[in-house]
Design a binder for this molecule. Structure first.
Ligand code: SF4
Length: 230
C-alpha cells in the first residue's frame, strides 16, 4: 500500500529543530512555524545553529508561534543550538557526528539535550543519520502495535520500540515508521479505527488482535485499559 522510500540525507540540526517544533502538535501546525523560522534565520552564508543561538528569544517565539508551546520550544531550540556550537562548532559538525558515529552513542548524546525525548532522537537518527535499525515510536506506532497484539498492551514507548527493532529487519525500520504513521491516519485512528464499523475495512484485520477495540459495542479504549491487559 505504501511505497518504500530511502531515508537519511537531511541535515541533522534542521531535522532536530523540525522535530522539536512538531512535539505535541500536528505537521499542519508545525510546518508553517518551521518555514517561518527558515525564512527568518536560515541565510546562505550563516550557520543556522549560530543564527539561532543568538536570536532574540521573543522574536524567535513569535516566529514559531503557529506550532504552539512557543516559549518552551524557542527555549529548547536555542539551548540545542548553543550546545551544538559548544560541542561541534557548527551545525555541519553536528551533522557529521549524527551520520558517522554509532547509532546508540548518537542516541544517548541526543537524549542529553534538554527537550529531546526518544522519539525526537530517533527521528534525527533516521531522517538525518540514515541509520538503519531505528524505528521511532510516535503516538500512532505506540497505539497500533499494542492494538495488533505485537507489543504487550501496557508497553510504554521504549518497550514498543524494543519489540519492533528486535523483530523488524533493520533496513525496513525507517519505512515501517512512516508507513505506520500513514496507516494510523488512514485506518487505525485513535478514536475510530476502520474495523469498528466494518471488519473488512482494514487491510490488516486478519493479523490484528484488536486489543481495546470492540466492534460489537463501538467502544475503543487504550490497549493498556482493555480487560485482556489486566
Ligand atoms: S483491525 Fe482495527 S485495530 Fe486492528 S489494525 Fe485494523 S483498524 Fe487497527
Amino acid at each position: 500500500m505504501y511505497w518504500e522510500k530511502t531515508y537519511g540525507g537531511r541535515d541533522a540540526f534542521p531535522c532536530l529543530v523540525r522535530t522539536i517544533l512538531s512535539q505535541n502538535t500536528s505537521d499542519v501546525a508545525s510546518q508553517p512555524a518551521y518555514d517561518g523560522l527558515c525564512e527568518r534565520y536560515d541565510e546562505p552564508d550563516r550557520d543556522l545553529a549560530a543564527a539561532l543561538a543568538v536570536a532574540d528569544r521573543d522574536e524567535l517565539a513569535e516566529t514559531i508561534s503557529a506550532a504552539g508551546l512557543y516559549n518552551q520550544k524557542s527555549e529548547m531550540i536555542q539551548e540545542a543550538a548553543t550546545w551544538i556550537l559548544e560541542e561541534f562548532d557548527s551545525a555541519a559538525g553536528f551533522d557529521k557526528y549524527v551520520t558517522e558515529e554509532a547509532p546508540e552513542k548518537v542516541r544517548q548524546t541526543l537524549l542529553s539535550i534538554h527537550g529531546v525525548g526518544p522519539k525526537t532522537a530517533d527521528c534525527v537518527l533516521l531522517f538525518a543519520g540514515g541509520q538503519s535499525g531505528v524505528f521511532p515510536v510516535d503516538t500512532h506506532v505506540h497505539r497500533i502495535y499494542r492494538r495488533m497484539g505485537i507489543a504487550p498492551p501496557d508497553a510504554d514507548h521504549e518497550e514498543v520500540r524494543a519489540v519492533l527493532e528486535r523483530d523488524v529487519p533493520a533496513a525496513k525500520c525507517g519505512f515501517g515508521h512512516t508507513a505506520t504513521i500513514q496507516f494510523g491516519r488512514e485506518y487505525c485512528t485513535a478514536r475510530k479505527p476502520a474495523c469498528l464499523e466494518d471488519p473488512e475495512a482494514c487491510p490488516l484485520a486478519d493479523r490484528c488482535d484488536q486489543v481495546g477495540v470492540y466492534p460489537e459495542t463501538g467502544e475503543v479504549v487504550d490497549p493498556a485499559d482493555a480487560p485482556e491487559a489486566e
